[in-house]
Design a protein around this ligand. Structure first.
Ligand code: PMT
Length: 402
């Protein structure tokens, strides 16, 4: 079941140029199945039309503390009564200041003073306004009052300047909201996660690689962060930005992934989830210059040598920590997985069958079977990679918290 399905979100839109991006936020939340009630300040409605917000949310848009249509003039209490989450996006310096001071002179500020549930603020403003000591003081105050923030990103701003102040990416705001509503079952744990492919150089322009996109590892990283873990993500070359909140390091070769993983593991990790498709072999003698085509000889022989095995090394040195591996197999997946489990000595092996076109490399879904060290086996139906990650993190939390 989709996490957002049926969740009631109250979205407060303040008056800033980033107000137009709230439209995408409403769309994305509704696509995920959430019910979105929009509250817009009067200045927000200077930037984005009430009708657009109404049409996209399929709900009336609220902006006045007192309207003739109101039966009891209590919108500021009723609107958030059954809300699972209140999101302020964009949050302006003005609203943050009012909230920090406990003011209640319009619908949004009155609503917020009367609300004590989960609250996420996504500020957007000019860099100097954001960095001003008054704004930063208000942010600190609100954080200590329990407000969660997703900070603005850096880039070119509507005022023509460059700097910190852009509204965070919509998917980051949604992920931060989900994280706020998630149980912190991995609080106090630090996890090492590997993801993506490795590139093993043949010469300066060519390499041996595989089809891993990093999607499975990214889903696991996000699920672990939501569950309150600290995450060190060591990943190969992929086309995605690391999830917000992870300590990440991009590497190229299996040897680099090995060195970085061992270093991270020794810095207090209590578990490792290794989803990376690591090259088992690398060219023994990569050429310093580009390999030239020899028209006289159609064959080219390469000598490969084995790469170090991160999973087997961590499992050997685990000393009570939990080590989880993945296995991508083609045919006889279960039997090959059982052999691999014994060979690598990990606590849990997650097998995906590459012969299923909806599983494995590059897909958004995965069908996995879990093999536990104690002999238990568990097959899950085809699920989104996000859902596999969510369930896997729950299983690993049980192992870690034993
Ligand atoms: O990234 P995506 O496109 O989403 O695809 C996801 C995935 C298919 C890559 C992922 O779900 C997966 O199955 N990863 C393991 C891929 C694999 O083939 O692993 P393996 O059978 O070569 O290795 C088994 C385990 O040992 C893996 O946990 C691997 O990370 C680890 N290993 C392997 C070799 C090595 N030198 N060091 C390792 O740590």
């Amino acid at each position: 079941m989709n996490f957002w399905a049926g969740k009631k979100i109250v979205l407060i839109i303040c008056g800033g140029i980033a107000a137009y991006r709230a439209i995408d936020l409403i769309r994305s939340l509704r696509k995920e199945g959430a019910v979105v009630t929009v509250v817009a300040t009067k200045s927000a409605l200077e930037f984005v039309g009430k009708l657009s917000l109404q049409a996209l949310s399929s709900e009336p848009v609220h902006s006045d503390l007192f309207t003739p249509a109101m039966s009891d003039a209590m919108d500021h209490i009723h609107l958030t009564k059954n809300a699972d989450l209140v999101v302020i996006a964009p949050a302006t310096a003005n609203l943050l200041a009012k909230m920090a001071a406990g003011m209640a002179d319009d619908l949004t500020s009155s609503m917020l003073l009367a609300y004590n549930g989960p609250l996420l603020a996504a500020p957007a403003m000019n860099t100097r306004m954001w960095q001003h000591s008054a704004t930063q003081r208000n942010v600190q105050q609100l954080k200590s009052d329990g407000v969660e923030f997703i900070n603005p990103s850096s880039g070119s701003l509507a005022c023509g300047e460059d700097g910190e102040g852009r509204l965070a990416a919509i998917e980051e705001i949604i992920e931060a909201g989900r994280s706020l509503l998630s149980k912190k079952i991995l609080k106090g744990h630090r996890l090492l996660i590997t993801a993506g492919p490795t590139h093993e150089a043949l010469d300066p322009v060519r390499y041996i690689a595989n089809h891993s996109t990093g999607k499975m590892g990214w889903s696991i990283c996000r699920a672990a962060l939501r569950a309150g873990a600290e995450v060190v993500l060591i990943h190969g070359p992929v086309n995605m930005e690391p999830p917000h909140g992870a300590e990440s390091r991009r590497v190229t070769s299996a040897q680099e992934m090995f060195t970085n993983s061992i270093e991270a593991w020794q810095r207090g990790c209590s578990g490792a989830i290794l989803t990376a498709a690591v090259g088992d072999y690398r060219p023994l003698h990569p050429k310093a210059g580009k390999i030239k085509k020899d028209p006289a000889n159609p064959e080219l022989a390469l000598t490969l040598t084995a790469n170090p095995d991160i999973l087997a090394t961590l499992a050997k040195e685990s000393g009570g920590k939990v080590v989880v591996g993945f296995a991508a197999e083609t045919g006889n997946a279960l039997e090959l997985g059982r052999e691999k489990m014994v060979r690598k000595g990990c606590d849990l092996l997650v097998i995906n069958d590459l012969l299923d076109p909806k599983s494995g490399f590059g897909t958004d879904t995965n069908q996995v079977t879990l093999l536990y060290g104690d002999g238990r086996e568990e097959s899950w139906p085809l699920l989104s990679k996000d859902m596999v990650a969510e369930k896997l993190i729950q299983a690993i939390a049980i192992m870690l918290n034993k």
